[in-house]
Design a protein around this ligand. Structure first.
Ligand SMILES: [Zn+2]
Length: 124
């Protein structure tokens, strides 16, 4: 991967890192503050309830995300970014745009996940 592209993905990763770090710092207090946002709309209110639930459980997930981003940044530094950690083939740039922390190409990701179960799939 050429330097310009690495710089591009590094920028994405750093932006994500900042966002996640902010979430972690806000942490539990943010979960409580959601309740007093001055939002009156009922749809938003139900969303806020969901957000409060999520925020209370966010800590661990956010920590994992930050660890993934850290590792991706390290791979950029080491020159292995964009290379599948399993088969050594290139990871499609389209995939990296969607998942900048991707460690495997799509085929290997499927294999790895089927071996590990569904733990790696975080869904709301
Ligand atoms: Zn692979």
């Amino acid at each position: 991967m050429d330097a310009d592209k690495l710089k591009h993905f590094r920028g994405i990763l750093l932006a994500q890192l900042r966002a996640h770090t902010r979430h972690i710092l806000d942490g539990q207090s943010a979960a409580l503050e959601y309740s007093d946002d001055g939002v009156k709309d009922s749809v938003d209110l139900s969303l806020l309830d969901v957000n409060r639930e999520i925020a209370l459980r966010l800590g661990e997930h956010e920590s994992q995300m930050v660890a993934d981003i850290d590792q991706a940044l390290l791979r950029i530094k080491e020159g292995s970014y964009g290379t599948c950690a399993r088969c050594g083939g290139p990871i499609a740039e389209r995939r990296l745009e969607a998942v900048p922390t991707a460690r495997y190409d799509a085929a290997c990701q499927t294999l790895v996940e089927s071996q590990l179960g569904t733990d790696m799939n975080y869904s709301l």
